[in-house]
Design a protein around this ligand. Structure first.
Ligand code: F6R
Length: 617
């Protein structure tokens, strides 16, 4: 979604802002703009389209100033045009704003301003007008105070960043339900919507909390609450560096991230487990836990809440928790949860899964559950993110920064995180012998090596992608742990190649979807060896009998039989545990989608209409 960066105290502030916007590109956007503030004018350059349009325009009119702010916009209110791009300047030309989020009451705020001309169709512009009006009424105009006076009028979610002519080297920012990071290094003040934009300048950052406002200048940063009392943001040091956020020779971030999965899984498993000393029990460790283990032992129901790919990881988590910990689990799309009447109480555990930790639907669902006193455990990749801070416990997936919009290494590490939580709940509830836990942990440690073997299939998968790249409609089928992967495979294919794809529980085919099968249809079947393998073979035969081509994903133990029934079989190594199978079987589907999309000439890392972090409802 929208990206924000502000810099004050550098002669090349605008170059720094454009470089920061470049790093934010992965979030998804459809226009971009900057404003330079040299104390005489607010000079705005903004363009619809990709950053190249903006940099092209800037080449013709270079902006020199020691302070400025920039924005990449993902259109919500108003089409992605030059005039709707941010920054927005109020009519007197005194204040500019960039905004991430939605101002829900913008129409009534606009109406309250009377007969004023607006230069855009956005919800955001009204905020610049309101702050400009406040400045006009002040004897000693002060941007920070003016912003604080306006904030109580706003409804919705925002991270806002302002610059004003009265005090050109001061940037003012405000946060409510949309992320905002501030930092100060070597006499330069920074703000951004995520740390990726700042990683080239500093790793020591602070995340503002909801309701906080900050004044950023070359001298330092002052953070207050809404009433103006000094407040403490969440300070932390980013545990990855610039290198991790670069492509490192790969053509796309997505491919790099697919190939990083063995390491990401290894890192996620690292130091999770203390082997039993003679006479003591083994312990599994989360990263942060602010829930009494006795309370966890009394949990009688689990809700897994997440969106998109993270939801599919949660579906695997359900199987693990029910199998190992013996607790009933519901997996639910986070955006639906708070609009019905979920039965939640202090004995309900909510597991919220989010790569970014900033997905507003997931955060809102988790906080709805917390309001009903349910403890929340987050599985999160971004350290210090909103969800991670608000949850009662966090298991971080140590996947490193995920830049491609299509999630890959975050997904496989989320599955590993879900398995660990399943084991952890079994541990606190005394459901497993120490030797059993130790055995499963030892098997999970074999996943990275097995993943290396799966990645060796890349050449064969590319050839398959050549063959199937123009298939208009693909059906993915699976059962048990194969079903979430079928769903993830279909999502990956549609989001980056824009080809129609759907997933079904293989057993559901006869109840309707099989009507779609005709000669030439493509069915991708998840058919690893395991307790549902024989059923999958029957389902494959049913679609084959109706003319479908079948691409089956099998394992060493199932391939021989699959070859009799499928047009092509990809053979994966046997998973070290049936519940770890999805970590392996999703990888060929990620690679198929990647190759199909690149062969079709699509923008793999930034697919159309999508954003990496969905910070609006
Ligand atoms: C798909 C994808 C999305 C995200 C979803 C949730 O490849 O990336 O479906 O999984 O938007 O995002 P997070 O995990 O950041 O909450």
């Amino acid at each position: 979604m929208c990206g924000i960066i502000g810099i004050t105290g550098r002669d090349d502030a605008i170059d720094g802002i454009v470089a920061g916007l470049k790093r934010l590109e992965y979030r998804g956007y459809d226009s971009a703009g900057v404003v330079a503030n040299d104390g005489r004018d607010l000079r705005v350059v903004k363009r619809a389209g990709k950053l190249e349009q903006l940099t092209g325009a800037l080449a013709g009119q270079p902006l020199a100033s020691r302070a400025g702010i920039g924005h990449t916009r993902w259109a919500t209110h108003g089409a992605p045009t030059d005039r709707n791009a941010h920054p927005h300047v109020e009519p007197a030309g005194r204040v500019a704003v960039v905004h991430n989020g939605i101002i829900e009451n913008y129409q009534s705020l606009k109406a309250g301003l009377g007969d004023v001309r607006f230069a855009s169709d956005t919800d955001s512009e009204v905020v610049a007008h309101l702050v400009g009006r406040e400045l006009e009424t002040m004897d000693a105009p002060d941007l920070f105070d003016a912003v604080r006076r306006v904030l109580p009028q706003l409804r919705g979610a925002y991270s806002l960043c302002f610059t004003a002519l009265d005090d050109p080297e001061t940037i003012v920012v405000a946060k409510y339900e949309a992320p905002l990071i501030v930092a100060h290094a070597d006499g330069v003040g920074y703000c951004a919507s995520d740390v990726t934009a700042l990683i080239a300048y500093t790793r020591d950052v602070a995340a503002l909390r909801d309701g906080q406002v900050a004044r950023i200048s070359p001298d330092g940063i002052e953070v207050t609450d809404a009433e103006g009392a000094l407040a403490e943001p969440h300070r932390y040091t980013v545990n990855w560096d610039l290198d991790a956020a670069e492509k490192q020779g790969y053509d796309h971030f997505m491919l790099k991230e697919i190939f990083e999965q063995p390491q990401a899984v290894l890192d996620t498993l690292l130091d999770r487990y203390t082997a039993p000393e003679p006479g003591s029990s083994p312990r599994l460790h989360l990263d942060e836990l602010r829930i009494d283990e006795l309370d966890l032992a009394r949990i009688d129901k689990v809700f897994v809440l997440a969106c998109g790919t993270s939801l599919h990881a949660g579906m695997v988590g359900k199987l693990a928790i029910e199998h190992w910990a013996g607790i009933p689990v519901d997996v639910e799309v986070a955006s639906e949860f708070r609009y019905r009447d979920p039965i939640v109480d202090p004995h309900t555990l909510v597991i919220a899964i989010s790569q970014s930790g900033e997905t507003v639907d997931t955060i809102a669902a988790a906080s709805h559950a917390r309001d009903q006193r349910a403890p929340v455990l987050a599985i999160c990749n971004v350290v210090g993110s909103t969800l991670a801070r608000e949850a009662d416990g966090v298991l971080y997936t140590h996947a490193g920064p995920e830049v491609a919009v299509a999630s890959t290494k975050a997904f496989t590490t989320q599955i590993v995180g879900s398995l660990l939580i399943g084991l952890y709940l079994a541990q606190v509830r005394g459901r497993m012998y120490a030797t059993e836990t130790a055995d499963i942990i030892a098997r999970l440690q074999q996943i990275p090596t097995a993943l290396e073997r799966v990645l060796e299939l890349d050449g064969e998968i590319r050839e398959l992608a050549e063959r199937y790249k123009d298939t208009d409609y693909t059906m993915f089928i699976g059962r048990h742990a194969g079903l979430p992967i079928a769903m993830e495979g279909a999502l990956k294919l549609k989001e980056i190649s824009y080809l129609h794809a759907e997933a079904f529980p293989a057993g559901e085919m006869k109840h309707g979807p099989i009507a779609l099968i005709e000669p030439g249809s493509l069915v991708v079947a998840l058919a690893s060896a395991g307790h549902v393998f024989a059923k999958m073979v029957s389902n494959i035969q049913e679609v084959r009998a109706r003319g479908a081509s079948v691409l089956a994903l099998g394992t060493d133990g199932s391939t021989a039989e699959l070859k009799e029934h499928a047009d092509h079989v990809l053979t994966l190594p046997e998973a070290p545990h049936e519940l770890a199978g999805p970590v392996l079987s999703v990888v060929p589907l990620q690679l198929v989608s990647y190759h199909v999309a690149t062969l079709r000439g699509e923008d793999v890392d930034q697919p159309r209409n999508l954003a990496k972090t969905v910070t609006v409802e």
